[in-house]
Design a binder for this molecule. Sequence first.
Ligand code: FES
Ligand code: FES
Length: 163
Amino acid sequence: MSVDDIRANAAAELDVVIKVNGKPVSCRVPVRRNLVDFLRQDLGLTGTHVGCEHGVCGACTVRLQGRIVRGCLLLAVQADGLSVETIEGAAESGELAALQDAFVERNALQCGFCTPGMLLTAAELLKRNPGADRAQIRDYLSGNYCRCTGYQAIVDAIEQVSR
Ligand code: FES
Ligand code: FES
């Protein structure tokens, strides 16, 4: 493959249809655009954040086919034909209401940068393990970084809903 071929492939675009928060979105995206950039820049869904861009911090957490994934580690074209749910969709559905209330009551957010990813991750944990204890909550959140709170209040909030 020549350098020109490589450049041409990198600049290529594909048509995709992705169901986002329940609505099909048809568009043409660069093959190298990652899912979180697609959601934020192309669709304006900026509730999903971008931190490390290396799959480490959890700021870009979204659901793909109902399971949480790192939006920075997937290409948008990999979601073609699949369902993606962002914090906007999950919040609008009301399913996060108890967690959102608990985060407010327990002061579980400061700058809020990590909060969308924390909420989606906590919701996934409570779906799998509705009675999760503090150790299980800490373990499940270990891939979501918070630079503000020290985690104590976040664990308190999730434990409140767990109980
Ligand atoms: S931005 Fe994706 S894990 Fe940090
Ligand atoms: S509240 Fe600021 S990063 Fe968690």
